[in-house]
Design a protein around this ligand. Structure first.
Ligand code: C5P
Length: 315
């Protein structure tokens, strides 16, 4: 008689085959920047929104921790211990008390330093993928706790959807809105902008009295999200970092103007830029606006997207 196979303590936990995770880009529908704190961060009052432009991270078993990649930013993005996905794998292994062994491969569609939290997305994907690969079985909230130490935007990308971000952006609570899909166009720029530099530029503009009035409360935007009318939402989009991004990259003014001339309901700089994001009335309008932006030569590439979508998930 043959004995039934039983897992025992020697049997590795987790997945034996590859784990594939898809993670979205984020835009900020409202990015209210408060004063500079003593820890070097700014107090934020933001509404995050996850959109359907994705990076994909595959994790396989390995004898060490390695990262390879293809797609956006190949040849530019460091793949060593400074990479946020590698740092995320180390952080999870340290937290869970396992060896940080995995072969990670990234397929990137989110541009580097684009204001879409691409690096943060990869960190969130690495946490979710390694948790499944290693069988560490952490909850989303535990993963978000580890995520907060990796970057201000990383916890949001664990959850996705539409969410309020406070503190330096790491304290995330979901926004309950009607199940509406919004249609966006993203105008990718040539080259990135540095996030710390954009915050410094905003401080400088505020010191010299040349920044616009701060956005203040998210109430108007949150009320607009509860309605289904993109025209109402369009009137409430805003980003305190936009003045800084425009000062650093004046050509973005032409991109924003071209999107609105093409029929977008509103356009704003996404996060610290340089990506510009446009709200449109529907999917057909989004296609039209994207084509016109490309034809006008005011961006490297224009892509349509919808949101909200889920955060980092095993596919
Ligand atoms: O949190 P993260 O590492 O993504 O932030 C990158 C940089 O952006 C910070 O070092 C800081 O200069 C700036 N930042 C800020 N206030 C925030 C978030 C980021 O000044 N709330």
């Amino acid at each position: 008689m043959t004995e039934a196979w039983r897992p025992d303590d020697d049997e590795p936990r987790g997945a034996s085959g590859p784990v594939r995770v898809r993670v979205p880009a984020k835009v900020n529908l409202h990015l209210g920047v408060g004063p500079l704190r003593r820890d070097g961060y700014h107090e934020l009052n933001t509404v995050y929104h996850a959109i359907s432009i994705y990076d994909e991270l595959t994790a396989r078993r390995g004898d060490t921790l390695t990262l390879t990649m293809e797609g956006e930013g190949t040849g530019e993005l460091a793949l060593d211990d400074s990479n946020l996905a590698i740092r995320a794998a180390h952080a999870l292994a340290g937290y869970a008390g396992v060896m940080p062994h995995a072969r990670l491969h990234l397929r990137k569609q989110i541009p580097l330093a684009g204001g879409l939290a691409g690096g943060s997305a990869d960190a969130a994907a690495a946490l979710v993928a390694c948790d499944a690969l290693w069988g560490t079985g952490l909850s989303r909230d535990e993963l978000a706790g580890i995520a907060a130490d990796l970057g201000s935007d990383v916890p949001f990308l664990i959850y996705g959807g539409t969410a309020l971000g406070t503190g330096r952006g790491e304290a995330v609570s979901p926004v309950l809105a009607r199940p509406t899909s919004w249609h966006w166009v993203l105008a990718f720029a040539d080259g990135g902008l540095s996030t710390p530099q954009a915050y410094r530029e905003l401080d400088r503009l505020r010191e010299t009295g040349s920044a616009g009035a701060p956005l203040g409360s998210t109430d108007g935007l949150l009320a607009a999200l509860r309605q289904r009318d993109p025209r109402v939402l369009a009137a409430t989009l805003g980003n305190d970092l936009q003045d800084a991004a425009l000062a650093m990259r004046p050509s973005l003014a032409a991109t924003l103007k071209a999107g609105e001339a093409a029929g977008a309901l509103a356009g704003v700089v996404s996060g610290s830029g340089p990506t510009c994001v446009f709200l449109t009335a529907d999917a057909a309008d989004a296609e039209r606006v994207a084509a016109e932006l490309e034809a006008a030569g005011v961006c490297r590439q224009a892509r349509t997207a919808h949101g909200p979508v889920h955060g980092a998930r095993v596919t």
